[in-house]
Write a protein that binds this ligand. Structure first.
Ligand code: 6GU
Length: 227
């Protein structure tokens, strides 16, 4: 799986991409992330990437020329997709992550400031994605989230493929509680059923716990078949 991130802050990614699961996936050649600083494609001595918005208003808007020049220098492979990360995009969820995992090449534009000239979106972006109903100062943390979530579906990235199936959202439910040793910790005990070795009873208990947690925390997931 190949990702290319178009960002003014490539250094942001040195942590997320070298740590833990993603670091191992990168080392194993399973996931490759290229970083493109579109400031390198800006013209002039000042390498200007932003300007005040037409019509007035606060902040600065990213100019189209450097971004599109960077896109043209790094086209996605056939069957690939170009995504713009923005608070007004389509919400990222389990279904969208699974769709994206089928793409051979994912290019991601990270916005900054008050936004990106809309002509970039109209002419060069296939999909706009948000990671939730809040505003980040830039798309970089969202790109790290998207790359992590999609990479987990690349064969070989997870040690145990089963964990893709059991965990939250794959069946539309949140994952229930988990316990490990010791059986008693500061007076709090592990539920008896988990210590008993009755696999059917354990599966039933887990399902009931997952339903209860989903009902309590995310009843919206039970209302429809979203996720
Ligand atoms: Cl994808 N970008 C920004 N800047 N803020 C966000 C977001 C993305 N998703 C939620 N908030």
């Amino acid at each position: 799986m190949n990702f290319t991130v178009f960002t003014l802050f490539p250094e942001f990614f040195s942590g997320p991409l070298t740590t833990s699961l993603l670091g191992k996936a990168a080392d194993g050649g399973l996931v490759n992330v290229s970083l493109v600083n579109f400031r390198d494609f800006a013209e002039g001595r000042h390498k200007t990437v932003d300007e005040p918005p037409y019509g007035g208003g606060p902040g600065m808007v990213l100019k189209p020329e450097p971004i599109v020049a960077a896109f043209e220098a790094h086209p996605p492979a056939p069957g690939g997709i170009r995504i713009f990360l923005t608070p007004w995009g389509q919400p990222l969820n389990h279904a969208l992550v699974e769709d994206l995992a089928d793409k051979p090449d994912i290019h991601i534009l990270c916005g900054r400031y008050e936004g990106v000239d809309e002509r970039v979106v109209d002419g060069w972006i296939d999909l706009c994605v948000s990671i939730g109903d809040f505003v980040l100062s830039g798309g970089e943390p969202a790109a790290a989230c998207l790359i992590d979530a999609v990479s987990r579906f690349v064969p070989g990235v997870l040690g145990e493929p089963d964990s893709l199936v059991v965990e939250s959202f794959s069946d539309g439910l949140l994952e229930g509680p988990q316990y490990t040793r010791p059986a008693e910790f500061r007076g709090r005990v592990v539920p008896d059923v988990l210590l008993g070795g009755n696999h059917q009873a354990i599966a039933d208990w887990r399902r009931q716990q997952a339903l209860h947690r989903t009902q309590t925390v995310r009843p919206d997931l039970l209302d429809d078949d979203a996720g």
